[in-house]
Write a protein that binds this ligand. Structure first.
Ligand SMILES: C[S@@+](CC[C@H](N)C(=O)[O-])C[C@H]1O[C@@H](n2cnc3c(N)ncnc32)[C@H](O)[C@@H]1O
Length: 314
């Protein structure tokens, strides 16, 4: 089988936004970002005198963003959708660079090689390391926990800033074994991280069938028997109360989740929200405040904001 590639010559400023757009709205199979700065850094690390940029094939002006799709998808329609997105992002004041959009086809086997080439062990923290199923890794600390992953088609390799911010907040929030709800689990990475960090019971939900399948497979890879995966739209059809609720979804979707939070939070429970673009953080804070919550901790990396939230105390 072949894959359709949409290639965009653009700016690194829109990498996160295009990644989200490609995965969440256009349902791509994967993305790749070739940034000029990565080549430059690699040059400095080795000794820039031996790296001749003229020898590098297709060195991007700033960033070449590539989204991979099933070959049956309509390339003209996808190119139009990306062009409209870039115009929208430019309207927010972001640099969008040359905006040159082209398409191509490659063999599926090539894609698998590309994917595996870029997805390596992530020695994330003192407590957690994320290891692709096909790699070997020896923990750097005797009690560092390994999350084995094959993300497949679901979001959640551990490489995205929004996921990493939740894992950091979880390390701060989880100080005793507790029940955890992971809303929008994708590959299952946060549910698995919660179990590895000592959660007693975890419920992982997602609206997409691919995610439910991927999460179940990854849970099996990690030999965990205390995580249940359910297909659900946010908290609708979810019963029970949880000590910790985590959700790494776009701000617009988090806003829909807020009114149902209190009914699913145990006494002294906490919530972690991630996936919030900094321009939308105030809107999320305002809604939390209106629904009886306060933000105890804010973390930001680049454009992405993550909030640790608790019910307001009288
Ligand atoms: C950004 S990904 C997060 C994946 C993973 N939790 C992580 O942090 O890497 C967001 C996930 O939320 C899911 N999602 C989107 N809308 C949802 C909804 N209304 N209810 C449940 N899940 C939803 C998507 O299918 C996707 O898997």
């Amino acid at each position: 089988m072949k894959l359709l590639l949409i290639k965009i010559e653009t700016s690194h400023e829109v990498e996160d936004a295009l990644t989200y757009f490609s995965q969440e709205e256009l349902k791509c199979l994967g993305v790749e970002a070739r940034k000029r700065s990565d080549f430059e850094q690699a040059g400095w690390q080795k000794d820039s005198t031996v790296v001749d940029f003229d020898d590098i094939k297709d060195l991007p002006e700033d960033m070449q963003f590539i989204a991979y799709f099933d070959q049956e998808r309509d390339s003209d329609e996808l190119k139009k959708a990306f062009a409209a997105k870039l115009d929208e992002l430019a309207g927010y004041g972001l640099q969008v660079g040359e905006k040159e959009i082209s398409s191509d086809y490659i063999q599926d086997e090539d894609w698998n090689k590309v994917w595996q080439k870029y997805y390596h062990v992530l020695n994330f923290s003192r407590h957690l390391a994320i290891v692709p199923e096909w790699e070997k890794y020896t923990p750097k600390f005797p009690d560092q926990k390994i999350i084995t992953l094959d993300p497949g088609l679901a979001f959640g390799t551990g490489g995205h800033t929004t996921t990493q911010l939740v894992m950091m907040a979880m390390e701060r929030a989880m100080v005793s074994p507790e029940s955890v709800l992971d809303v929008g689990t994708g590959s299952g990475i946060l549910a698995i991280a919660a179990a590895k960090l000592g959660a007693k019971k975890v419920l992982a939900t997602d609206i997409s069938d691919e995610s439910v399948t991927a999460a179940n497979e990854n849970i099996k890879l990690n030999h965990l028997d205390n995580i249940t995966v359910r297909k659900a739209n946010l908290l609708k059809d979810v019963d029970g109360k949880f000590d910790l609720i985590v959700a790494n979804i776009l701000a617009e979707i988090l806003l829909d989740l807020i009114p149902d939070l209190a009914a699913h939070l145990a006494e002294n429970g906490q919530v972690i929200f991630s996936g919030i673009d900094y321009l939308q953080a105030d809107k999320v804070r305002e809604s939390l405040n209106q629904h009886g919550f306060e933000v105890k901790m804010t973390m930001q990396e680049g454009r992405w904001v993550c909030l640790l939230i608790e019910p307001k105390k009288d």
